[in-house]
Design a protein. Structure first.
Length: 70
């Protein structure tokens, strides 16, 4: 039996669910992912993008601080 502490459910609007169905065939070409795996993959990729952007922003701020100190 599945452990109820490892999973949670979410509710989506019908349009969002339809978009999710469409995306599930485009994330992995030639393969249709489940809705859960599609959401999991998208969240992981989006989080990675945010992390990378935060690093870039922090680097720019650090460079600006160094320029101001000169």
């Amino acid at each position: 039996m599945t452990c109820k502490f490892n999973y949670r459910g979410i509710s989506l609007k019908n349009k969002t669910y339809s978009d999710l169905e469409e995306l599930s065939t485009k994330i992995e070409p030639g393969e249709k992912l489940s809705q859960a795996k599609t959401v999991e993959t998208m969240v992981k990729n989006f989080k990675s993008l945010l992390t990378n952007n935060e690093e870039v922003i922090n680097d720019k701020k650090n460079q600006e601080k160094q320029i101001c100190k000169r």
